[in-house]
Design a protein around this ligand. Structure first.
Ligand code: SAM
Length: 220
């Protein structure tokens, strides 16, 4: 079974998204296990403090190294082979190829920041830093959820049709999915491309490939 450990100040963030649709089914089928671990539990002071103001001044608070690193150590104790990923806007961009790479591991640990981010020294305790994109979220939780969701749907036996994942956008680098149509054949004056109604599978395949390439060139 693939495992995911999430180090977070808001474990409850994951309850709802993991209790519906594909992630829910994957968890129930025993294909993936998800543990959201409270970083605050690793703070040893009386007030369970996890943040502090930045040296040198400036706005906001930073995640303190002691509780965060203790939570990473606990995650490594539970799964000594774990790959620890810090979610941060300054990380490398998360991609479909990275999601696929993660499915080849026995599991991952996702570290979520809050406030103005992490004390820089925490970076020395993680294996990789990943960003979801060039924008700033209020916490690492939505980013961790996206990574987890992208990985879960690629795990064997998760999707009803394993072909779906292979045909998705980005499976081939830079290539988007082709346009899809379903019933009705006519919707508010807009029809379905003739070729899709032809039953000619070779022509349909050719059309789809051409459309995928056209769309990918247009959107890059
Ligand atoms: N001061 C930081 C900066 O400008 O890079 C932003 C901190 S952000 C408000 C708080 C946390 O949200 C980060 O530590 C990180 O865990 C998460 N986060 C925000 N944007 C993200 C992104 N694009 N990708 C991954 N994580 C992100």
């Amino acid at each position: 079974m693939f495992y995911a450990q999430i180090l977070t100040l808001f474990p409850e963030f994951f309850d709802s998204p993991l209790s519906c649709s594909i992630p829910k089914r994957a968890i129930e089928a025993g294909i993936v296990s998800v543990d959201a671990i409270q970083i605050r539990d690793f703070a040893t002071d009386k007030h369970h403090k996890v943040d502090d103001s930045p040296y040198g001044g400036g706005p906001g608070m930073l995640m303190k190294p002691e509780p965060v690193v203790a939570s990473i150590r606990a995650a490594r104790d539970r799964h000594p082979d774990t790959h620890v990923v810090m979610l941060t806007p300054s990380g490398a961009r998360f991609t479909q190829a990275k999601a696929l790479e993660f499915t080849e591991k026995s599991g991952i640990t996702l570290l979520c920041g809050r406030y103005e981010g992490f004390d820089e020294r925490i970076c020395d305790y993680v294996d990789e830093e990943l960003s979801l994109g060039d924008y700033v979220l209020s916490g690492g939780e939505p980013a961790a959820l996206c990574v987890l969701d992208a990985v879960i749907r690629l795990l064997p036996e998760v999707l009803g049709s394993p072909e779906s994942a292979v045909l998705d956008s980005f499976t081939e680098e830079g290539i988007l999915d082709w346009p899809h149509y379903t019933r009705p054949e006519m919707f508010e004056g807009k029809g379905v491309p003739e070729v899709l109604l032809s039953g000619n599978h070779a022509e349909i395949e050719k059309w789809r490939t051409a459309q995928a390439i056209k769309r990918s060139k247009k959107r890059v």
